[in-house]
Design a protein around this ligand. Structure first.
Ligand code: SAM
Length: 236
């Protein structure tokens, strides 16, 4: 396939796939990512998993057009049920919310046995992945944030390892802040990161102002105040 077809977002996901891996791309849609990886000879085998008929058909067509039917297996099914334990080394899941990605992973703990790396690109709520995967001993080893077409994306890379290592010595607000915005991204503070969190801060302040006008006193307001304070810390 033509490399220009692939978004910068998916190219960033591809960059973290080790050479000679066997990959499952879950929620693959058009299967651009596994075709790109195969075209670049970066992987030896892939599963393109899709739960919905339309995207499943797109994936089948793209794989056929690319001539990769022998090395990319397009499978229809929910989440990780399309792979067998030990079949792949790397799982990529991109372009969904953090909650859905988390639920897909939690729904397939058995299929995760033998997987060495997870490369995840949540459109929102990356913190849910940092937190839950640390608890399951998936160690955050790389993370990056980029802007494309005025949208900001995070890519998180977890290896089977020591889930608490990136947060060692952190507790209280400091730990919450690192889970929310990412320990490596906080250190780097690139322009996409600043743009994202400045906009998240403005959103929280707007919500709090409208709550104050409506004289709403609620747990929700406390939660948003807490998030606002964390974001101020992230940006400081
Ligand atoms: N991964 C591609 C990308 O990043 O460009 C496609 C992202 S698209 C927004 C999300 C895809 O995930 C859809 O094609 C949808 O059908 C699929 N999907 C959603 N839930 C799924 C699940 N539980 N299992 C497999 N695929 C799923």
């Amino acid at each position: 396939m033509n490399d220009k077809l692939l978004s910068e977002r998916l190219k960033m996901v591809a960059r973290f796939v080790p050479n000679n891996s066997r990959v499952a791309d879950i929620g693959s849609d058009h299967a651009y990512l596994p075709c790109f990886l195969m075209n670049n000879k970066q992987i030896t085998f892939a599963v393109a998993g899709e739960v919905n008929e339309g995207p499943y058909q797109s994936a089948l067509n793209q794989v056929k057009r690319s001539g990769f039917e022998d090395v990319i297996s397009v499978r229809k099914g929910d989440g990780l049920e399309v792979i067998e334990p030990g079949e792949v080394d790397v799982i990529t899941i991109a372009g969904m919310g953090g909650q859905l990605i988390r639920d897909i992973l939690l729904g397939g703990l058995e299929e995760l046995l033998g997987v060495k790396r997870l490369i995840l690109q949540p459109n929102v709520a990356a913190h849910l992945l940092r937190k839950r995967l640390a608890e399951l001993d998936w160690e955050l080893v790389e993370e990056t944030i980029l802007e494309e077409d005025e949208k900001i994306y995070e890519v998180l890379v977890f290896d089977a390892g020591n889930g608490s290592r990136p947060y060692e010595g952190l507790d209280g607000m400091e730990l919450q802040k690192n889970l929310l915005a990412g320990p490596m991204l906080i250190k780097e503070q690139n322009s996409a990161f600043k743009k994202k969190w400045e906009s998240e801060l403005i959103k929280r302040e707007g919500i709090l102002r409208s709550m104050e006008q409506a004289e709403t006193i609620s747990e929700r307001a406390d939660q948003i105040k807490n998030e606002r304070d964390l974001i101020k810390e992230v940006l400081s």
